[in-house]
Design a protein. Sequence first.
Length: 553
Amino acid sequence: MASPPSRRAFLELLALGAATTTAGPLLTGCSKSPAGSGTAQNLNAFDAILPAQQDLAIGVKPDILGTRPVPDGYTRYPTGLVDAVPGKPGTSGRPITAMTPVWGPAPPGTGRSAYLQAVNAELGTPVEFTVQDGNTYADKLNAMLGARDVPELLCVPGWEIEKIPRFAQATQLLFTDLTDRLRGEAVRSYPMLGSFPTAAWRNAVWNGRLFAIPNPADAPFPYALFTRKDLLDARGSAMPAGLDELLVLAKEITDPARGVWAFSDLFAMMQMYHRVPGAKGGWRLTADRTPEFKYETPEYRQALEVMTKIYRDGLVHPDLAASKGADQDQLFASGSIVFAQAGLGFWQAAQARQQKINPKLNFQPVPVFAAGGGDPLVWGADQPISYTFLRKDLAPERIDELLRIINWCSAPLGTAEARLRDYGIAGKHHTATPNGPVRTPLALTENVNQYFFISGRNPSVGPFPDTPNYVRDALTYSNNIVRHLERDPWEGLKVEMPTAYKAGAVPFEEKFTDVLRGRRPLSDVDAIVREWRENGGEQARALLAKALSEAGR
């Protein structure tokens, strides 16, 4: 699948809300072209400008191998850490401005953060972060890009790029072209960056040039359906192996008098269970190779009907069904819901946090199945999590310094740099255990992935001393379902969808949400689909067909 990881898939553990809409078209005065008919480029044509990939000789071997694109897993934190970057990467001492997202309370600034002070001391040149609310990050990006006023380092999550009209124009106008500094063997000056997967670098190409540092995703699946396995075990219920079993169990479990409901919203998983397409946000090819969107398919209609009945039968927690801003994670942890759709990023951190309150709690993903039997279809999300852009007006020596800083921040597991970046100061931000460092409450306050969001790394899973079974459970689940990953007909093609299509993405999803929750009848679906076609859908279809034709497919 060529769609980026969703916000919820990446950090569901932080109780992320629904995707926000953009504030309007960006850079409207930059082009006199028609109102955004979209663009497509064949990324395979740009291999000559990509960095030459070379594995690092760090010497840390994984404990569990992942079936690609599933990353490898580490169950124990390595000993004998190595220094991957000799000396300090920063030389000017002049503070670097950077903007990154955060979900949850804003962390203290540099003057009040021992964590930031410690990392900046190792960098040699301090990074001064402006940290913005991740739930409204798109609004901040729109305002910033529209004003053409960006920091030296800007993190742009992949899911936000999908919603920004004419983003390719923004890259040329506002950001540094990194091609000549990183192409081929030139990346050897930044060995951590040279270790990234080539596929991640392809996605950092806009307008035929390399404009960003990718942050590769470590989970190739956007969603899973989790259950409270401890609650199932307590009532003697097996893990459901099919949709019918799941729905029967859901009715048995739901008991409003006891404050228990079966589900959160699980419409994304319901679509997967019915083999609804997910590539490029929901596209596939028909038998005659015509692009077809999910709204137009019988599978989507079937998933919609099943999910509508689930809502009508009262199987979804009423606070979630009413969109009252309820905390899904807390409802799940308390046992008020027994099945919850979430990103894989939810799993480990939520387990670690909630088992301190309830040691018996056991979050586990339900095996993926297909409604009616047969092989399931699993959506993928293997594009980078985010991209780091460098401002365009920087002097050459400043660009080199920033790349050295990013290189340091990208150090992998087994290095002293990675331990400081991830865990901070020993005794203050983490405590040592036989299985590795465990974060303290101060670390959770001060370290909100600031340096992670201005860097990248080779994908890996674990280790997590506070949840010793997680890595094995996660790799077992992932290796079992990876063979069912959906094939993307547009793999290797970067498509910037038409402006009208992008603008309608959230509003049309909201129309179907109204159908799901009984605010509109199912009989309205045909009219909604017609409206979608007239408001960007047909433009998107034409663009996707043209992209395949020009690529010779």
